[in-house]
Design a protein around this ligand. Structure first.
Ligand code: FES
Length: 87
């Protein structure tokens, strides 16, 4: 089983990146500039984008840009639900 939890080019975990993004209120571009993540091979880019949308920091499958669009859309949809409509 895959266990994808970091940018291997910088050895930054998604958990560390999540904390940095939250602490400094960074979007993907700003987080990338601040950490260097996504600026090497770029393979971590879809994972970081999904992490920023969902809070997820460990992935067990490969993600594509299509997956990113779907996950971001789902996260936005879920955040707009009221507690009553989520049940
Ligand atoms: S894995 Fe993040 S830039 Fe290569």
């Amino acid at each position: 089983m895959l266990h994808i939890d970091r940018c291997v080019c910088t050895d930054c975990t998604f958990e560390e990146l999540k904390e940095l993004a939250a602490k400094k209120n960074l979007d993907f571009r700003a987080l990338s500039r601040a950490s260097g993540c996504g600026m090497g091979c770029g393979l971590c880019t879809p994972y970081i984008k999904v992490m920023l949308a969902t809070g997820e920091t460990v992935f067990t499958e490969m993600l594509t840009e299509a997956d990113v669009a779907r996950e971001v859309r789902n996260a936005k949809s879920n955040s707009q639900r009221t507690p009553e409509s989520a049940t």
